[in-house]
Design a binder for this molecule. Structure first.
Ligand SMILES: CC(C)(COP(=O)(O)OP(=O)(O)OC[C@H]1O[C@@H](n2cnc3c(N)ncnc32)[C@H](O)[C@@H]1OP(=O)(O)O)[C@@H](O)C(=O)NCCC(=O)NCCS
Length: 161
């Protein structure tokens, strides 16, 4: 029998930062949405593959919202953490903070979203991942919302099969 250790939400947290470059922007200097989504996918993917201890693939992206614009030269920080674990799937929430490095201001929330990954074994088949330890009420609330999305997907999949 394989015993897989669970992890706390705190232990899953990852932050990935970078400075936005001219080639990532449109002619007015706004960073393309897809560029930021790639950063979010990368950051969330680190959380998922570290938790799973194996290769993971993105299966779904939910509720991505663009709250605040990002421009060339801004510093962007993607904060990611695990919100829910199924059998082989994991949901990771990502909050993107943006900061104008020339201004003495608090970073602003630019984007939020949820990324679902599936852990794969060496044959490319879904594999079981460690469970997630919930340690407080706030984490439980977020876990319950994620579980709702997971159950809705299962219902949808059963209906189309
Ligand atoms: C994700 C993928 C491996 C799932 O394969 P599958 O044959 O549907 O696997 P299963 O039906 O056994 O489901 C495995 C898990 O994935 C979850 N899952 C599959 N598709 C999903 C979706 N669209 N959204 C959310 N979860 C999904 C299932 O709920 C299940 O979760 P659980 O084990 O925690 O209960 C497969 O669809 C795939 O390879 N997709 C392409 C992924 C990819 O290339 N991503 C990069 C994008 S460019």
């Amino acid at each position: 029998m394989i015993i897989i250790d669970s992890k706390t939400v705190e232990q899953t947290k990852v932050e990935v930062g970078c400075l936005m470059q001219p080639e990532q922007a449109n002619i007015a200097g706004n960073i393309h949405g897809g560029e930021v989504l790639k950063l979010m996918d990368n950051s969330a993917g680190i959380v998922a593959s570290r938790h799973a201890g194996s290769n993971v693939v993105t299966a779904r992206v939910d509720r991505v919202e663009f709250h605040y614009p990002i421009h060339i030269g801004n510093f962007v920080n993607c904060k990611s953490k695990m919100t829910f674990v199924g059998r082989s799937s994991m949901e990771v929430s990502v909050t993107v903070l943006v900061e104008d490095v020339f201004k003495d201001e608090e970073p602003k929330v630019a984007l939020t979203g949820y990324f679902t990954f599936v852990a794969l074994d060496s044959d490319g088949k879904p594999r079981v991942v460690p469970s997630l330890e919930i340690t407080n009420e706030e984490e439980q609330k977020i876990y319950d919302e994620s579980q709702k999305r997971y159950m809705e997907f299962k219902k949808y999949k059963n209906n189309i099969e």
